[in-house]
Design a binder for this molecule. Structure first.
Ligand code: SF4
Length: 423
């Protein structure tokens, strides 16, 4: 979401006649779009603020995003921060920056996402050759998992009305975009605020009817939101990319309870196995957290075992990071940093192996992908529906759907090679 919002701000500045230069260069205004999902994210943001000011001490350094939204008092302590705004301010950033430059606004200007509650549409057109577009259909989360600060940073759940989603998607398709990625802070919660019968499954059913839409990809969806209805929709339409990101967080029932996640490891397993049995080519990715307060050796083993057994395509592993203002912040952060590191390392190794063996299943097979870009005028890069990122031996125009034979699979996820074949 932050990457999209940064691109959005960049576009607005360009539209207003500003020149956007790389962050390392001398600029009059710097915008630091912060993240606060972990301590490391906070510290990186502080460093970026200081770096900007040292590049040009005369500049206006603006801090926006989740860190300043949730902890403005902490950001205020950074001397180099000249203008501190939150998440909703991003959508009117040019006007606000100009007002601050004229001295019309105070140093801290954070309206607060919970007070605001408006939906801020965000459609992003990505890649040369009009290949993929990101369409935000939902924002905010009210699940309050015990470790997570996102509800405080992103506010209440608001969905873009279905007529509007369809209109925007149709416009993107007529503008030539082949793939649409549906995004949201809590995508699976689509529709809960709309009243009536709308939910993600019904929205997808409508979207796949759009003629000329090649692929619809979902960003992360919570395991409990994979209802039978949703599984039926995503496994029965060829237009839905067989790539599903389903956060697990822990494979231990007791840890999941303490995390206030609303499923058991068995329920998670059922969702994954059902999807894969109905669409065997599916790439299932997940997020896992290690070192949650009180996570014992035995609980960690339960996670490791579940992950090893599941047909996963990739893994994102995060060590637990205490966030002030969450329920878990009151629990004793009992797992030592060394132990967290060790547990993360074990899971990352498994993740690497899972990713290689997922891709290896397709070696020698003919696959279809969407060309994203050209490489040095000689080769091209394509992405399959099931998230195999491949370097092709020929130059193919971006935006084209290409058939290729998967020839080689590397250690890294994007290190795969394919040979273009005729249909
Ligand atoms: S569902 Fe996701 S965003 Fe919402 S509170 Fe839980 S982890 Fe955070």
């Amino acid at each position: 979401m932050n990457i999209h919002e940064t691109a959005y701000m960049e576009e607005r500045f360009k539209e207003a006649g500003y020149e956007v230069v790389p962050f390392e260069e001398r600029a009059d205004v710097y915008i630091i779009n912060t993240c606060t999902v972990t301590h490391t994210a906070d510290s990186k943001s502080r460093k970026a603020v200081r770096k900007a000011k040292s590049t040009n001490p005369e500049s206006l350094v603006v801090v926006t995003g989740c860190y300043s939204e949730v902890y403005p008092e902490e950001v205020e302590k950074i001397e180099e921060a000249d203008f501190i705004t939150g998440n909703v301010e991003k959508f009117n950033i040019v006007g606000l920056v100009e007002r601050r430059l004229r001295g019309e606004l105070p140093r801290v200007y954070v309206k607060g996402v919970w007070k605001d509650g408006k939906f801020y549409p965000l459609t992003l057109r990505h890649y040369e050759g009009r290949t993929r577009a990101f369409l935000k259909v939902q924002q905010g989360c009210e699940l309050f998992c015990s470790y997570c600060i996102i509800p405080k940073a992103r506010g209440r759940m608001v969905s873009l009305p279905p007529e509007e989603v369809l209109k925007q998607a149709e416009e993107l398709v007529s503008a030539g975009y082949k793939e649409i990625v549906l995004t949201g802070t809590h995508l699976g919660g689509y529709g809960v605020d709309l009243g009536g019968d709308w939910n993600l499954a019904r929205l997808i059913t409508k979207l796949v009817e759009i003629p000329n839409l090649y692929l619809l990809r979902l960003s992360s969806v919570e395991p409990v939101e994979f209802t039978d209805e949703l599984i039926e929709v995503i496994t029965s339409s060829e237009k839905v990319a067989p790539h599903f990101h389903i956060p697990l967080q822990s494979g231990s029932r007791t840890v999941l309870e303490r995390m206030r996640r609303r499923y058991t490891p068995e329920e998670y397993r059922r969702v994954v196995e059902k999807i894969v049995s109905l669409r065997p080519e599916s790439c299932i990715g997940t997020d896992v957290m290690v070192g949650f307060p009180g996570e014992t050796e035995k609980e960690f083993e339960e996670t490791r075992k579940l992950i090893e057994e599941l047909p996963l395509g990739y893994l994102h592993v995060f060590p637990y990071s205490r966030r002030e203002g969450t329920v878990a912040s009151k629990l004793k952060d009992s797992v030592s940093p060394e132990e967290k590191k060790e547990r993360a390392k074990i899971l990352r190794e498994i993740g690497k192996e899972k990713s290689i063996s997922f891709r290896k299943q397709f070696l020698g097979r003919k696959l279809e992908g969407l060309v994203l870009s050209e490489i040095e005028g000689k080769r091209s890069r394509a992405l399959t529906g099931n998230y195999i990122n491949v370097i092709l031996d020929k130059k193919v125009p971006p935006g084209e759907v290409v058939r290729f034979k998967l020839k080689k699979v590397g250690e890294k996820r994007e290190e795969n090679y394919g040979e273009v074949v005729n249909r």
